[in-house]
Design a protein around this ligand. Sequence first.
Ligand code: ADP
Ligand code: MG
Length: 257
Amino acid sequence: MSTAHNGGGAAAAPLVRFERVNKWFGQQHVLRDVDFTVQPGERVVLCGPSGSGKSTLLRCVNRLEPFQEGRLTVDGVVFDAGRREDERALQALRRRVGMVFQQFNLFPHLTVLENLALGSEMAGEPRAQVRERALAQLQRVRVAEQAHKYPLQLSGGQQQRVAIARALVQAPRLLLFDEPTSALDPEMVQEVLDVMRALADQGQAMLCVTHEMGFARAVADRVVFMDEGQIVETAPAREFFEAPRRARTRAFLQRVL
Ligand code: ADP
Ligand code: MG
C-alpha cells in the first residue's frame, strides 16, 4: 500500500476510485469488475435490489471488507487486492471517511456527547476541545439539546442525526450512508433526509445507499444502479430517472417509484 497523498492538484483526482474490483464471499461472487469513482464534493446515490452488493461496496471504501482482485484508491491512498495493510494507514483512512449505518450503531451506555467524543479522546485530543467540536456538530444536525441524554432516550430520527454528527466530528472528506432511513418510523424519515440534504448543500461529498428516490432525484449529482454485484448504469440524476438506458434499471425503477 502506498500512502502518497494528493497535493495541490487534488481537484482533478477522484476521492474514490474502484478499478476492476472483484470480491467473493466463499464461492459467491458479490462484486464483479466494479469500476466506479466519486469526485471531491460529489453526491452519489447507490441503489439496487436487496442483495446486489451495495453494502459490500460501501464497506470496501472504508476497508471494513477486503476484496480479492483489483485496486481501490481512497483520498489518495491506494489499496491493492491481496496486499497486507498498515493498521495506521487504515485508521487514518477511517478518520477521513465517515460512515452512517441503518441501525445507528451508537453506544447505549454512553451519552450522546460521549458517543461523539470517544474516538477523538482515544486519539489523545484535549477533552475541552473535543467537547466543543462535538457540540458544534450536534448543533449542525439540530440535536444539541440532547447532548447529555443516552441514545435510547431519543427518538429514532434523533439517534440517526446523532450518528451523522458523530461521523462529522472528524471532518471527513467523504460520508458513507447505508440505508440511513430504512430503520426509522415513517414520520422520522424526513428530518434525517433534511439533515443529509443540508450537508450536501454545504458541499459534503457523500456516497449514499438509499431507496429514497425523491432524495436521490433532488440531491444526487449522480445515481448508480447495481444488480447482482455489477454496476449496471450510472448517470446524472435527472437522466437516470427520466431516461434510464438499461432494461434492468427501468424494471427496478418501476418497482420502487
Ligand atoms: P445489499 O446491501 O445490496 O443488500 P450486500 O452487499 O449486503 O447487498 O450483500 C451482497 C451479497 O453478499 C448477498 O448475497 C449477501 O447475502 C452476501 N453477503 C453479505 N455479507 C456477507 C457476509 N459477511 N458473509 C457472507 N455473505 C455475505
Ligand atoms: Mg445493504
